[in-house]
Design a protein. Sequence first.
Length: 415
Amino acid sequence: MLDYELTDQQKDIIDLAQQIAEQKIKPAREHYDEKEEFPWPIMDEIRKADLFGVYLPEAYGGLGGGTMELVLVAEQLSRACGGIALSVAASGLCAIPIMLFGTEEQRRRWIPDLASGKRLGAFTITEPGAGSDATATKCTAKLAGDHYVLNGIKNFCSSGEVAELYTLFASTNPNRGARGISAFVVEKGTPGFTFGKKETKMGIRASPTYELVFKDCKVPKQNLLYKEGYGLFVAQATFDQSRPGVGAQALGIAQGALDETLAYIRVRKQFNQTIASFQAIQHMMADCATAIEASRALLYATARAMDKAIKPAIDRALEKGTIVFDEMNSLDVRRWTKESGMCKVICSDTAMKVTTDCVQMCGGIGYMRDFPVEKYMRDAKITQIYEGTNQIQRNEIAMMMIKEAASKQREAVAA
């Protein structure tokens, strides 16, 4: 890996995450993948290492880092198991919208438990008829006195039944379509909130994926994030900040697969020489390593740039007791849709290509369940799909490029 001029604290984070990955996750990953059990003992180790809150402010029990720190943790844990690493990332996906759009009271109420890992978080926006098209949301939230009454079904919720806090999106005004969607925080155990089907998946099997069912579920008004009708703003701003985390998961999966493959092909012999000595294999190795490092360079650069832009808004919001999103607007912090989408696309496409090539380089053993490389390939696929498919990402990247070009043209004309 290149020298990315990481701080001492960031290097310590990598060391801690690597220790847990090597000593706790690797020996157990096959078991949790095969049995589809949630790895509670490993979650305890991640809690003890304070890795759940590396990206959250110290005022709420975090380490005071940002997207870069979250990326580092996700990458290192995913080098051992993308499914187990997802539990940390899924909790972050719950915390980010609360951090960006929550009031000071809401932040103090929920962020400390997410920062410590005392409670796991989840994010639920997908529905049977609303996947890439989040505007097709059918789940409703009707105001009745001091509560909203939720009705509907959410599916494909990562961390499903093991989470205790859920960021949820529902329509408070179906007549307004996309502008009628609002965001809420729902706590596990709320009457009317139950779990439906647990999904059986190709990969990331240590992370439980559930259907969530809401039937006359009463959620306090105080659990509304930001304002009614701003749900898509919440979702979009969250994804802008969280997609590098998906990129980091994919990057870790790719690196882990290549690590295992190199260890094998350096000792496996055919025709009286190691597999690694064949030029055809060497070219595949070189292509894998080049794609991984190029992906990492974009990912780290984007995470750093995002933190540089967003952290001042967080600091101001904490100092003034205001909402981070409002401070971002007052500081004219631009959206990071294009760059975060690029990170997800390049890292997840790299993961799929690298893991496929790693199975090929390992030959027959690479296809077997008792050898870890096939698991990396299964885990890699979802990174091209969730938090917006890579086709949707390309749409958004292109749309932002067109907007930027139009803006530059207007500025040139005005000058």
